[in-house]
Design a protein around this ligand. Sequence first.
Ligand code: ATP
Length: 591
Amino acid sequence: MGCVFGKQISSSGPSSGELVVGKVREKDGERDLAVPSGRREKVGTVSTGDGGGGDRESGVAIQNGGDQKEGQKDGNARARGERRRSSRPNPRLSNPPKNIQGEQVAAGWPSWLSAVAGEAINGWTPRRADTFEKIDKIGQGTYSNVYKARDTISGKIVALKKVRFDNLEPESVRFMAREILILRRLDHPNVVKLQGLVTSRMSCSLYLVFDYMDHDLAGLAASPVIKFNESQVKCFMHQLLSGLEHCHNRHVLHRDIKGSNLLIDSGGVLKIADFGLASFFDPNHKQPMTSRVVTLWYRPPELLLGATDYGVGVDLWSAGCILAELLAGKPIMPGRTEVEQLHKIFKLCGSPSDEYWKKSKLPHATIFKPQQSYRRCIAETFKDFPPSSLPLIETLLAIDPAERQTATAALNSEFFKSKPYACDPSSLPKYPPSKEMDAKRRDEEARRLRAAGRNNADGAKKARMRDRTARAIPAPEANAELQANIDQRRRLISHANAKSKSEKFPPPHQDGTLGFTLGTSHHIDSSYDPPDVPFSSMNFSYAKEPIQTWSGPLVEQQPSSVSSFRRKSKQSKKDKNNNSIRTKEKEKNVM
Ligand SMILES: Nc1ncnc2c1ncn2[C@@H]1O[C@H](COP(=O)(O)OP(=O)(O)OP(=O)(O)O)[C@@H](O)[C@H]1O
């Protein structure tokens, strides 16, 4: 995939205005011959294990400045970290001075990346794309395609998350920079580790290199043949909460905890992935953040009500939804719209007290405050759950975020101290590779077969009826079906367009062209039809439905009042047109 350079990269940062080479078309990942060989020689020679993303074996990430090394964390990097913490980091302000940019470009980084995301790549050298062999496309995200690939240097199987910046929009690059910065800050067995970055000086795309993970929790949970027992649920939850505890201790909010973002390797180790919506936060120095985060089914009430001042409670709410989901065998609050989501929350968790409404001063409180009040009924609804799980679910699904406590408190809860204990990850069954995408494929295939069956049956009948019905007026049933189809198509289109995120990146692309060895590439249909749950449905059979995706809806509707609220905000026109929830956060300092 080539790209055309020829525009000036505008940047609000100090190093804006750098001109890139005019009208050069180049294959993605093409080798950049201008990178000094001295830098290249460092490939694979520097040890890490440091949060800096280096990998001794694969040599994927190269420390040339060493600023992220464990031993130096108390030095420069820590100092930078402190600065970041004292005023929440803003990738816009993270550009290094011009001379550092020069060094970064000489080290092989494209100038558009260095200009906008200098801090994110600081101390690293890019890995060349032609040292990976693409094996298969394994995932498609909102703004990326993910490939299984072989590192031809180490022989390791890795996941390459390709982010494409079609117009090299600084805004998109900055958001990616934030994801990289956050990933570099984290270093925990239950958090996915950024092993390195692949790009070249002339490339307009970037690959993030991760260890390859066979499963995601959504895919496993949706498998018709897998049913988790209590100790397995504890095992997954313990790992999730441990990863979250680490993120929160490092002042990172994930803001999109859901099954498909919880990857599981062949040894049963769960890792929190996809930090595309994550943000640094400073509990002592609060700054407004966007409320347009977290996939709808896992979104806490305060965000639905427009909170911009929030904390770890948002991730804990999502974790509570996952816990109940694992025990129930299906998502517990599958809302289709924000209004419906909030209604489901109030029906299960009770509507907030008057005191809460007064205290919270949430922007959408007047719009969403229910006419009638609902009683909290978690214990009744989940009466078949293991008794020790209920207090934890009650805590995590507290309407008031302050009552959700912390990941550490959850890890110390009775749930993990009572028998049966969490099993060891290595003792989990060896599942066949399973991702949410596989569940979606199964779902699509089943739907296709059902449709084909219907068409065959209809075919003969239609032929007989053709003459007679040529002038017939459709029966009410036919009209209803037509309307249902139109609605269905609308939903599918919305799914394809809408994102479950509140920040915008370039759209996913069908990408069969890489600048390095190509393997098979599958077309992935990103459209997804959410389960059609009646508005009032809140009964749990706990019976696993054969086809169930667990990552929440990709469609979003706004109540008109909320839409107008958003119109007043400074979101980009493009996002509004897309009805994208992953909207750019253009409000200054609202990240
Ligand atoms: N390390 C990995 N190993 C295996 N598969 C992975 C890995 N990382 C991501 N994937 C797969 O690719 C999918 C998309 O990745 P990711 O969620 O990071 O991208 P995204 O563009 O942020 O997606 P989304 O819009 O869904 O948040 C994941 O759901 C997962 O199935």
